[in-house]
Design a protein around this ligand. Structure first.
Ligand code: NAD
Ligand code: UD1
Length: 337
Protein backbone atom coordinates (compact mmCIF):
# COMPACT_ATOMS: atom_id res chain seq x y z
CA UNK A 1 0.00 0.00 0.00
CA UNK A 2 1.20 3.51 -0.84
CA UNK A 3 0.81 5.99 1.99
CA UNK A 4 1.16 9.75 1.47
CA UNK A 5 2.54 11.60 4.47
CA UNK A 6 1.95 15.34 4.28
CA UNK A 7 4.46 17.01 6.59
CA UNK A 8 6.30 13.69 6.70
CA UNK A 9 9.74 15.32 7.04
CA UNK A 10 8.76 16.73 10.45
CA UNK A 11 9.26 15.32 13.93
CA UNK A 12 6.26 12.97 14.19
CA UNK A 13 6.01 12.31 10.44
CA UNK A 14 9.62 11.09 10.16
CA UNK A 15 9.19 8.59 13.01
CA UNK A 16 5.90 7.40 11.51
CA UNK A 17 7.53 6.97 8.09
CA UNK A 18 10.10 4.61 9.62
CA UNK A 19 7.41 2.51 11.35
CA UNK A 20 5.36 2.35 8.13
CA UNK A 21 8.37 1.18 6.09
CA UNK A 22 9.12 -1.46 8.73
CA UNK A 23 5.49 -2.60 8.57
CA UNK A 24 5.75 -3.09 4.79
CA UNK A 25 4.00 0.06 3.54
CA UNK A 26 5.46 2.26 0.80
CA UNK A 27 5.90 5.89 1.79
CA UNK A 28 5.52 9.10 -0.19
CA UNK A 29 6.34 12.35 1.62
CA UNK A 30 5.07 15.80 0.64
CA UNK A 31 6.65 18.56 2.72
CA UNK A 32 7.59 22.17 1.95
CA UNK A 33 10.45 21.94 4.50
CA UNK A 34 9.18 25.12 6.18
CA UNK A 35 9.92 23.49 9.55
CA UNK A 36 12.16 20.55 8.63
CA UNK A 37 15.22 19.48 6.70
CA UNK A 38 15.64 17.34 3.58
CA UNK A 39 18.43 15.51 5.42
CA UNK A 40 15.75 13.57 7.30
CA UNK A 41 14.66 11.73 4.13
CA UNK A 42 17.88 9.73 3.78
CA UNK A 43 17.82 8.96 7.50
CA UNK A 44 14.25 7.62 7.22
CA UNK A 45 15.42 5.41 4.34
CA UNK A 46 18.41 4.23 6.36
CA UNK A 47 16.23 3.26 9.36
CA UNK A 48 13.30 1.90 7.34
CA UNK A 49 15.55 -0.08 4.97
CA UNK A 50 13.75 1.13 1.82
CA UNK A 51 13.42 4.16 -0.47
CA UNK A 52 10.90 6.95 0.05
CA UNK A 53 9.43 9.17 -2.69
CA UNK A 54 9.91 12.79 -1.65
CA UNK A 55 8.06 15.83 -3.05
CA UNK A 56 9.15 19.28 -1.86
CA UNK A 57 5.68 20.72 -2.03
CA UNK A 58 3.34 23.11 -0.25
CA UNK A 59 0.28 20.92 0.29
CA UNK A 60 -1.91 24.03 -0.04
CA UNK A 61 -0.93 24.08 -3.74
CA UNK A 62 -3.78 22.39 -5.65
CA UNK A 63 -1.83 21.91 -8.89
CA UNK A 64 1.14 20.37 -7.10
CA UNK A 65 -1.08 18.02 -5.11
CA UNK A 66 -3.04 17.05 -8.21
CA UNK A 67 0.22 16.22 -10.00
CA UNK A 68 1.44 14.14 -7.06
CA UNK A 69 -1.80 12.14 -6.91
CA UNK A 70 -1.63 11.60 -10.70
CA UNK A 71 1.97 10.34 -10.53
CA UNK A 72 1.58 8.13 -7.46
CA UNK A 73 -1.06 5.51 -6.82
CA UNK A 74 -2.01 6.72 -3.31
CA UNK A 75 -4.06 4.35 -1.11
CA UNK A 76 -4.22 6.41 2.09
CA UNK A 77 -2.94 9.67 3.58
CA UNK A 78 -1.60 10.74 6.93
CA UNK A 79 -1.96 14.48 7.34
CA UNK A 80 0.79 15.93 9.54
CA UNK A 81 1.45 19.16 7.59
CA UNK A 82 0.70 22.25 9.59
CA UNK A 83 2.17 25.02 11.69
CA UNK A 84 2.19 24.15 15.37
CA UNK A 85 3.53 26.93 17.61
CA UNK A 86 0.76 28.11 19.92
CA UNK A 87 2.27 31.52 20.79
CA UNK A 88 3.05 32.27 17.14
CA UNK A 89 -0.55 31.39 16.22
CA UNK A 90 -1.80 34.06 18.63
CA UNK A 91 0.55 36.64 17.05
CA UNK A 92 -0.11 35.55 13.43
CA UNK A 93 -3.61 34.03 13.38
CA UNK A 94 -4.22 34.59 9.68
CA UNK A 95 -1.02 32.76 8.72
CA UNK A 96 -2.13 29.82 10.86
CA UNK A 97 -5.68 29.69 9.53
CA UNK A 98 -4.48 30.09 5.93
CA UNK A 99 -1.82 27.40 6.12
CA UNK A 100 -3.51 24.81 8.32
CA UNK A 101 -7.02 25.10 6.91
CA UNK A 102 -5.86 25.32 3.29
CA UNK A 103 -3.66 22.26 3.78
CA UNK A 104 -6.59 20.25 5.16
CA UNK A 105 -9.02 21.43 2.47
CA UNK A 106 -6.62 20.91 -0.43
CA UNK A 107 -5.74 17.43 0.77
CA UNK A 108 -9.39 16.38 1.19
CA UNK A 109 -10.41 17.84 -2.18
CA UNK A 110 -7.51 16.15 -3.95
CA UNK A 111 -8.31 12.85 -2.24
CA UNK A 112 -11.93 13.16 -3.36
CA UNK A 113 -10.92 13.92 -6.94
CA UNK A 114 -8.63 10.88 -7.06
CA UNK A 115 -10.93 8.52 -5.15
CA UNK A 116 -8.73 8.13 -2.06
CA UNK A 117 -10.87 7.36 0.99
CA UNK A 118 -8.56 6.98 3.99
CA UNK A 119 -6.99 9.80 6.00
CA UNK A 120 -5.36 9.82 9.42
CA UNK A 121 -5.20 13.33 10.87
CA UNK A 122 -2.80 14.87 13.43
CA UNK A 123 -5.16 16.45 15.89
CA UNK A 124 -4.18 17.45 19.40
CA UNK A 125 -5.23 17.27 23.02
CA UNK A 126 -5.35 21.04 22.71
CA UNK A 127 -8.96 20.58 21.43
CA UNK A 128 -9.94 19.78 25.06
CA UNK A 129 -8.98 23.33 26.13
CA UNK A 130 -9.13 23.48 29.91
CA UNK A 131 -10.57 20.06 30.79
CA UNK A 132 -13.36 19.78 33.35
CA UNK A 133 -12.14 16.33 34.38
CA UNK A 134 -8.96 14.25 34.03
CA UNK A 135 -8.26 11.78 32.56
CA UNK A 136 -10.01 13.19 29.47
CA UNK A 137 -11.82 10.82 27.19
CA UNK A 138 -12.87 11.47 23.59
CA UNK A 139 -16.38 12.57 24.59
CA UNK A 140 -15.12 15.46 26.74
CA UNK A 141 -16.22 18.98 25.83
CA UNK A 142 -13.98 20.55 23.22
CA UNK A 143 -13.04 24.21 23.21
CA UNK A 144 -9.85 25.97 22.16
CA UNK A 145 -7.89 28.82 23.64
CA UNK A 146 -5.76 29.85 20.62
CA UNK A 147 -5.85 29.92 16.78
CA UNK A 148 -3.61 26.84 16.47
CA UNK A 149 -6.11 24.86 18.52
CA UNK A 150 -9.03 26.14 16.45
CA UNK A 151 -7.37 24.92 13.24
CA UNK A 152 -7.37 21.41 14.76
CA UNK A 153 -10.96 21.77 15.94
CA UNK A 154 -12.13 23.02 12.53
CA UNK A 155 -10.18 20.40 10.59
CA UNK A 156 -11.82 17.73 12.74
CA UNK A 157 -15.26 19.20 11.96
CA UNK A 158 -14.56 19.34 8.22
CA UNK A 159 -13.53 15.68 8.25
CA UNK A 160 -16.62 14.74 10.26
CA UNK A 161 -18.86 16.50 7.71
CA UNK A 162 -16.98 14.93 4.77
CA UNK A 163 -17.60 11.47 6.26
CA UNK A 164 -21.34 12.17 6.49
CA UNK A 165 -21.41 13.07 2.80
CA UNK A 166 -19.25 10.14 1.66
CA UNK A 167 -19.96 6.86 3.39
CA UNK A 168 -16.81 5.26 1.97
CA UNK A 169 -14.55 7.86 3.55
CA UNK A 170 -12.61 6.96 6.69
CA UNK A 171 -11.10 9.75 8.85
CA UNK A 172 -9.09 8.98 11.97
CA UNK A 173 -8.72 12.03 14.23
CA UNK A 174 -5.72 11.25 16.42
CA UNK A 175 -5.52 13.55 19.44
CA UNK A 176 -1.90 13.50 20.53
CA UNK A 177 -0.96 14.36 24.07
CA UNK A 178 2.71 15.45 24.58
CA UNK A 179 5.06 13.65 22.18
CA UNK A 180 8.70 13.58 23.30
CA UNK A 181 11.73 11.32 22.80
CA UNK A 182 13.38 10.19 19.60
CA UNK A 183 14.18 7.05 17.61
CA UNK A 184 16.50 4.88 19.72
CA UNK A 185 19.18 4.99 17.00
CA UNK A 186 19.67 8.71 17.64
CA UNK A 187 19.43 9.30 13.85
CA UNK A 188 16.07 11.14 13.84
CA UNK A 189 14.49 13.36 16.49
CA UNK A 190 12.94 16.72 17.23
CA UNK A 191 14.82 19.70 15.76
CA UNK A 192 12.99 22.89 16.72
CA UNK A 193 13.98 26.13 15.04
CA UNK A 194 14.87 29.00 17.36
CA UNK A 195 14.08 28.90 21.06
CA UNK A 196 12.06 25.76 21.88
CA UNK A 197 8.51 26.36 23.14
CA UNK A 198 8.06 22.90 24.57
CA UNK A 199 9.53 21.43 27.72
CA UNK A 200 11.62 18.46 26.56
CA UNK A 201 13.49 20.17 23.69
CA UNK A 202 14.27 23.02 26.07
CA UNK A 203 15.64 20.60 28.70
CA UNK A 204 17.80 18.83 26.12
CA UNK A 205 19.21 22.14 24.86
CA UNK A 206 20.11 23.05 28.45
CA UNK A 207 21.79 19.65 28.77
CA UNK A 208 23.90 20.22 25.63
CA UNK A 209 24.81 23.76 26.76
CA UNK A 210 22.86 25.70 24.15
CA UNK A 211 20.67 27.27 26.90
CA UNK A 212 21.76 28.28 30.39
CA UNK A 213 18.80 27.09 32.45
CA UNK A 214 15.21 25.99 32.22
CA UNK A 215 12.41 28.33 33.31
CA UNK A 216 9.76 26.31 35.12
CA UNK A 217 6.50 28.10 34.42
CA UNK A 218 4.93 28.29 37.87
CA UNK A 219 5.02 26.09 40.98
CA UNK A 220 1.74 27.22 42.51
CA UNK A 221 -0.62 24.92 40.59
CA UNK A 222 -2.88 22.55 42.46
CA UNK A 223 -0.66 19.53 41.66
CA UNK A 224 1.55 17.34 43.90
CA UNK A 225 4.66 19.55 43.47
CA UNK A 226 2.92 22.70 42.22
CA UNK A 227 4.16 22.40 38.60
CA UNK A 228 2.01 21.58 35.54
CA UNK A 229 1.13 17.95 34.85
CA UNK A 230 1.05 16.41 31.33
CA UNK A 231 0.81 13.08 29.56
CA UNK A 232 4.18 12.60 27.82
CA UNK A 233 4.25 9.94 25.12
CA UNK A 234 7.28 8.49 23.32
CA UNK A 235 7.24 9.54 19.66
CA UNK A 236 7.93 5.94 18.53
CA UNK A 237 4.86 4.70 20.46
CA UNK A 238 2.92 7.54 18.81
CA UNK A 239 4.25 6.53 15.38
CA UNK A 240 3.09 2.93 15.96
CA UNK A 241 -0.32 4.34 16.89
CA UNK A 242 -0.55 5.72 13.33
CA UNK A 243 0.16 2.31 11.81
CA UNK A 244 -2.59 0.82 14.02
CA UNK A 245 -4.99 3.63 13.08
CA UNK A 246 -4.32 3.09 9.39
CA UNK A 247 -5.10 -0.63 9.71
CA UNK A 248 -8.34 0.18 11.53
CA UNK A 249 -9.33 2.78 8.92
CA UNK A 250 -8.93 0.25 6.09
CA UNK A 251 -11.99 -1.64 7.35
CA UNK A 252 -13.94 1.08 9.22
CA UNK A 253 -15.41 3.93 7.18
CA UNK A 254 -16.64 6.95 9.14
CA UNK A 255 -15.00 9.45 11.44
CA UNK A 256 -13.29 8.24 14.63
CA UNK A 257 -11.56 10.44 17.22
CA UNK A 258 -8.96 8.71 19.37
CA UNK A 259 -6.64 9.90 22.15
CA UNK A 260 -3.01 8.88 21.82
CA UNK A 261 -1.52 9.23 25.28
CA UNK A 262 -0.25 6.98 28.06
CA UNK A 263 -2.86 7.82 30.69
CA UNK A 264 -0.11 8.86 33.14
CA UNK A 265 0.57 12.41 34.30
CA UNK A 266 4.05 13.75 35.10
CA UNK A 267 4.89 17.19 36.47
CA UNK A 268 7.54 19.51 35.05
CA UNK A 269 9.85 18.68 37.96
CA UNK A 270 9.20 14.93 37.52
CA UNK A 271 10.50 15.31 33.96
CA UNK A 272 13.54 17.34 35.03
CA UNK A 273 14.43 14.72 37.65
CA UNK A 274 13.76 11.80 35.29
CA UNK A 275 16.05 13.39 32.67
CA UNK A 276 18.78 13.93 35.29
CA UNK A 277 18.50 10.35 36.55
CA UNK A 278 18.37 8.71 33.11
CA UNK A 279 21.34 10.63 31.73
CA UNK A 280 23.43 11.64 34.74
CA UNK A 281 23.24 15.34 33.83
CA UNK A 282 22.18 18.20 36.10
CA UNK A 283 19.52 20.51 34.64
CA UNK A 284 19.68 23.96 36.26
CA UNK A 285 16.28 25.61 36.52
CA UNK A 286 14.50 28.65 37.97
CA UNK A 287 10.86 28.99 38.90
CA UNK A 288 9.20 31.81 36.96
CA UNK A 289 5.64 33.08 36.48
CA UNK A 290 3.00 30.86 34.94
CA UNK A 291 2.86 30.85 31.12
CA UNK A 292 -0.39 32.51 30.04
CA UNK A 293 -2.86 30.00 28.66
CA UNK A 294 -1.26 26.97 30.35
CA UNK A 295 -3.47 24.21 31.68
CA UNK A 296 -2.86 22.87 35.20
CA UNK A 297 -3.28 19.13 34.59
CA UNK A 298 -3.97 17.24 31.38
CA UNK A 299 -3.67 13.52 30.73
CA UNK A 300 -5.50 11.05 28.56
CA UNK A 301 -7.95 8.28 29.08
CA UNK A 302 -6.22 5.94 26.58
CA UNK A 303 -8.81 3.10 26.73
CA UNK A 304 -10.47 3.71 23.36
CA UNK A 305 -7.16 3.36 21.48
CA UNK A 306 -6.59 0.01 23.15
CA UNK A 307 -10.15 -1.14 22.46
CA UNK A 308 -10.40 -0.07 18.81
CA UNK A 309 -6.80 -0.17 17.61
CA UNK A 310 -5.29 -2.76 19.95
CA UNK A 311 -2.59 -0.17 20.61
CA UNK A 312 -1.17 1.16 23.81
CA UNK A 313 1.96 3.11 24.68
CA UNK A 314 4.75 0.89 25.97
CA UNK A 315 7.79 3.05 26.54
CA UNK A 316 8.62 4.55 29.93
CA UNK A 317 9.52 8.07 30.94
CA UNK A 318 13.14 6.82 31.31
CA UNK A 319 13.09 5.63 27.67
CA UNK A 320 11.79 9.05 26.61
CA UNK A 321 14.53 10.92 28.52
CA UNK A 322 17.33 8.57 27.40
CA UNK A 323 16.32 8.66 23.72
CA UNK A 324 15.91 12.45 23.72
CA UNK A 325 19.43 12.84 25.05
CA UNK A 326 20.87 10.22 22.69
CA UNK A 327 19.44 12.19 19.74
CA UNK A 328 20.57 15.56 21.13
CA UNK A 329 24.16 14.57 21.95
CA UNK A 330 24.62 12.82 18.60
CA UNK A 331 23.14 15.83 16.76
CA UNK A 332 24.02 18.88 18.88
CA UNK A 333 22.75 21.17 16.11
CA UNK A 334 19.87 18.98 15.02
CA UNK A 335 19.92 18.35 11.26
CA UNK A 336 22.30 21.25 10.93
CA UNK A 337 19.93 23.95 9.69
P1 NAD B 1 6.75 19.51 12.59
O1 NAD B 1 6.72 20.98 12.43
O2 NAD B 1 8.04 18.86 12.95
O3 NAD B 1 6.17 18.80 11.28
C1 NAD B 1 5.21 19.41 10.46
C2 NAD B 1 5.76 19.37 9.04
O4 NAD B 1 4.80 19.97 8.16
C3 NAD B 1 7.07 20.14 8.87
O5 NAD B 1 8.02 19.29 8.27
C4 NAD B 1 6.70 21.32 7.96
O6 NAD B 1 7.77 21.66 7.09
C5 NAD B 1 5.51 20.76 7.21
N1 NAD B 1 4.54 21.74 6.71
C6 NAD B 1 3.91 22.74 7.37
N2 NAD B 1 3.07 23.39 6.54
C7 NAD B 1 3.17 22.77 5.32
C8 NAD B 1 2.56 22.96 4.05
N3 NAD B 1 1.67 23.93 3.84
N4 NAD B 1 2.90 22.13 3.03
C9 NAD B 1 3.81 21.13 3.21
N5 NAD B 1 4.42 20.91 4.39
C10 NAD B 1 4.10 21.72 5.43
O7 NAD B 1 5.61 19.14 13.68
P2 NAD B 1 5.30 17.77 14.39
O8 NAD B 1 5.62 17.94 15.83
O9 NAD B 1 5.89 16.65 13.64
O10 NAD B 1 3.73 17.77 14.27
C11 NAD B 1 3.06 17.10 13.22
C12 NAD B 1 1.57 17.39 13.33
O11 NAD B 1 1.12 16.96 14.62
C13 NAD B 1 1.22 18.87 13.23
O12 NAD B 1 0.01 19.00 12.51
C14 NAD B 1 1.03 19.28 14.67
O13 NAD B 1 0.14 20.36 14.79
C15 NAD B 1 0.45 18.03 15.28
N6 NAD B 1 0.68 17.92 16.73
C16 NAD B 1 1.94 18.02 17.21
C17 NAD B 1 2.15 17.94 18.57
C18 NAD B 1 3.54 18.06 19.15
O14 NAD B 1 3.67 18.28 20.34
N7 NAD B 1 4.60 17.91 18.38
C19 NAD B 1 1.07 17.76 19.44
C20 NAD B 1 -0.21 17.64 18.91
C21 NAD B 1 -0.39 17.73 17.53
C1 UD1 C 1 1.84 23.00 24.33
C2 UD1 C 1 0.73 23.81 23.73
C3 UD1 C 1 -0.36 22.87 23.24
C4 UD1 C 1 0.22 21.87 22.24
C5 UD1 C 1 1.37 21.13 22.93
C6 UD1 C 1 2.05 20.15 22.03
C7 UD1 C 1 0.80 25.98 24.89
C8 UD1 C 1 0.09 26.89 25.83
N1 UD1 C 1 0.24 24.76 24.70
O1 UD1 C 1 1.28 22.25 25.36
O2 UD1 C 1 -1.41 23.58 22.62
O3 UD1 C 1 -0.76 20.94 21.83
O4 UD1 C 1 2.34 22.08 23.39
O5 UD1 C 1 2.71 20.83 21.00
O6 UD1 C 1 1.80 26.33 24.31
N2 UD1 C 1 7.13 24.25 30.62
C9 UD1 C 1 8.03 24.89 31.43
N3 UD1 C 1 9.11 25.50 30.84
C10 UD1 C 1 9.32 25.51 29.50
C11 UD1 C 1 8.37 24.84 28.66
C12 UD1 C 1 7.29 24.24 29.27
O7 UD1 C 1 7.88 24.90 32.66
O8 UD1 C 1 10.30 26.10 29.03
C13 UD1 C 1 5.98 23.54 31.25
C14 UD1 C 1 4.62 24.06 30.82
O9 UD1 C 1 4.20 25.10 31.65
C15 UD1 C 1 3.77 22.79 30.97
C16 UD1 C 1 4.75 21.65 30.63
O10 UD1 C 1 6.05 22.20 30.83
O11 UD1 C 1 3.34 22.63 32.27
C17 UD1 C 1 4.64 21.16 29.20
O12 UD1 C 1 4.75 22.27 28.32
P1 UD1 C 1 4.82 22.09 26.72
O13 UD1 C 1 5.87 21.11 26.39
O14 UD1 C 1 4.93 23.45 26.13
O15 UD1 C 1 3.42 21.42 26.35
P2 UD1 C 1 1.93 21.90 26.70
O16 UD1 C 1 1.91 23.08 27.56
O17 UD1 C 1 1.22 20.70 27.18
Amino acid sequence: MNILLTGGAGYIGSHTAVELLKAGYDVIIADDLSNSSEEVISRIEELGGRRVSFYKLDVCCREGMDRLFSEQDIDACIHFAGKKAVGESVAKPLEYYRNNMDATMTLLETMEKHGVNIVVFSSSATVYGIPELVPVDEKATRWCTNPYGWTKYMSEQIMRDACVANNELSCMLLRYFNPIGAHESGRIGEDPRGIPNNLMPYISQVAIGRRERLSVYGNDYNTPDGTGVRDYIHVVDLAKGHVAALRYAETHPGCTAINLGTGKGYSVLDIVHAFEAANGIKIPYVITDRRPGDVETLYADPELAEKLLGWRAEKTIEDMCRDTWNWQRNNPNGYGN
